[in-house]
Write a protein that binds this ligand. Sequence first.
Ligand SMILES: Cc1cc2nc3c(=O)[nH]c(=O)nc-3n(C[C@H](O)[C@H](O)[C@H](O)COP(=O)(O)O)c2cc1C
Length: 207
Amino acid sequence: MTLSAAEVNKLKLAPAAEGVLPVVLNRWSPRSFSSREVSPADLRRVFEAARWAASAYNEQPWRYIVGTRNSLTYKKIFSSLIGFNQSWAGSASVLILGVTSTKYSHNGTTNTYAVHDLGAASSYLTLQASALGLFTHQMAGFDQDVVRKAFGIPADYAFGSVIALGYQGEPDALGNEQLIALETEPRERKALKDFVLSAWDTAAELG
Ligand SMILES: Cc1cc2nc3c(=O)[nH]c(=O)nc-3n(C[C@H](O)[C@H](O)[C@H](O)COP(=O)(O)O)c2cc1C
């Protein structure tokens, strides 16, 4: 029998690490979203959080194209998704396309941190969503040429992810064994010793 949405939400919770922000532990990426709409006030809040991310030269290179369900913007973003992502992302209330300016506005040189800074802003967005009881699922599986054309995005803007945003849905609603299995499997991460180092081949000593 498939787990309920509430049971999955518990299963996906990161193990308690004392002092770590609850939103960080709570956030995970569902593929089943409910039909409940995201309120305009909450939508504003997630972008307000993204707004306050740090960026190189305070360039704030990120731009977000946001489409709510049934809008033309939503349809354009959805139609750029690869088949696998189309098989589930259409249940999300909102689809957001992350775009970033690769030129510094103060001198026109290349901003090699443009995608980095978009990613940072998007992380803030996902954590704010989590704090509001919302869920996000980022996707790299979309056709950049399709959205560039559909929205007339200039060549000096690069892409980050498409973000599905909404409320969690029941795993069963995915209606497909493979998706239900992914939805109900525990989350995994590398150990700290595998990526926090004091030399290239040595794990850092942490308290
Ligand atoms: C930049 C980026 C691209 C991703 N692309 C896809 C995607 O195209 N399709 C998908 O189903 N999940 C995608 N994911 C979701 C990841 O697989 C997921 O975040 C990862 O497995 C960790 O799970 P969690 O977010 O639940 O902690 C993407 C995530 C990120 C951050």
